[in-house]
Ligand binder design. Structure first.
Ligand SMILES: [Zn+2]
Length: 384
């Protein structure tokens, strides 16, 4: 009798905990008409339940982007944190740069899909050398859905017009891009170190573009620096925190995860997006602390893949799926329930990316009823 009562109590406790917010186990609800906009077509969010969506990776960068990034980062740290000028080291783009080899990249995408990836978000845009046609090509070749970003990266990478343009002009240009190109998210939008006046202007323009287009935003911080300032600014524009992921917050090494907790508490996503490598142990501890605090629904994982070399599958590395194949096993070993792992990898990024479009550029490809008179599919890159 007692045993039965205990069993019932246990069962009820199980049911109760499954219904708690933050369990990461509840299937996400999407508004009517919500889509995830990939470079080839709009998908219903349900189309990506079969695997993980990696919310912050790089598939298309200019060959000189990472050398410039490394050089700037070195000078940033050497000067103790203020915006530095590029270091003296010459920029040496790699020959046969992997992000310009469509066959190699399609092969990497196919391998990632085999490892359980359902979709990859590319965090680049023109100031990083992102090539939309290249993304379309590798998505078509591999069959892996790819979401392209939109925006401007950070102060040292801005094109000259950013200094000259007003916030209105920047927002108008971004909205034009969203309405004429197959971009599916505003990201990555960065502050290189302390937010500059130009970066503030871009963040405000991004906030306005979000309100105008419903696309989600994901950001770049200097290892978490200024994370709350970014969220404050976007919220002050009227952007809802649940449409925002603050990036690279795994770089804030705090066992109490104060900043990350406050991001989650406000309803935004905390991006642990450089996962799957030597630094994972500290990241696992912080993620588990956030889980303990009830924020499983606010976490996003990715790897910010950008170096190639021995990280590529072709060269014997883990490839683009390392968040799943290298990082997730460490979470399971730390005690994370499989449902929670899947909730973070599969559901959370879909909740971020899904949006109800205000333009119907891809409308004929999603949920079209036979016989309905919709506009013809616009050719790729075309405007309506
Ligand atoms: Zn990135």
């Amino acid at each position: 009798m007692i045993a039965r009562r205990d069993a019932l109590k246990f069962l009820c406790a199980g049911i109760a905990s499954a219904a708690l917010p933050g369990s990461g186990a509840a299937a996400p609800q999407f508004p009517k008409g919500a889509v995830i906009r990939t470079v080839l077509k709009d998908l219903p969010p349900e189309a990506l339940t079969g695997g993980a969506t990696l919310f912050h990776e790089h598939l298309s960068l200019a060959p000189d982007f990472m050398p410039k990034w490394m050089s700037l980062a070195r000078s940033l740290f050497a000067t103790g944190g203020t915006r530095g000028k590029p270091a003296a080291q010459p920029i040496q783009p790699a020959p046969n740069y992997f992000m310009q080899d469509p066959d190699l990249m399609a092969e990497e995408m196919t391998a990632a899909a085999k490892d359980g990836v359902a979709c990859i978000v590319d965090g680049g845009h023109p100031d990083m050398g992102r090539d939309l046609d290249f993304l379309k090509q590798i998505s078509a070749k591999s069959g892996l859905p790819i979401v392209a970003g939109c925006g401007y990266y950070a102060q040292p990478f801005y094109p000259p017009e950013i200094a000259a343009w007003t916030e209105d002009q920047i927002a108008a240009e971004l909205i034009r891009q969203v309405n004429t190109q197959p971009v599916g998210v505003l990201g990555e939008i960065g502050t290189w170190d302390v937010m500059t006046p130009d970066e503030r202007k871009v963040f405000r323009a991004i906030g306005r573009t979000q309100l105008e287009t419903n696309l989600a935003i994901f950001t770049h911080t200097n290892f978490g620096k200024g994370a709350l300032e970014q969220l404050d600014l976007l919220e002050s524009m009227g952007v809802k925190p649940e449409r925002v992921a603050i990036g690279h917050v795994g770089g804030l090494m705090d066992p109490k995860v104060e900043v990350q907790k406050s991001i989650c508490k406000r309803g935004a996503f905390a991006g642990f997006d450089r996962q799957g490598g030597a630094g994972d142990a500290a990241q696992v501890k912080m993620v588990m602390a956030l889980l303990e605090a009830g924020y499983a629904d606010q976490l996003l994982f990715s790897s910010d893949f950008s170096m190639g070399g021995n990280q590529l599958k072709r060269n014997g590395g883990p490839g683009y799926a390392k968040t799943l194949t290298v990082f997730a096993p460490k979470l399971r070993a730390a005690g994370m329930d499989e449902k929670i792992v899947q909730g973070i990898l599969v559901d959370n990024p879909r909740r971020l990316l899904a949006f109800v479009p205000k333009n119907d550029r891809h409308a004929t490809e999603v949920g079209q009823k036979p016989g309905r008179n919709r506009k013809a599919v616009v050719s790729e890159g075309g405007a309506i």
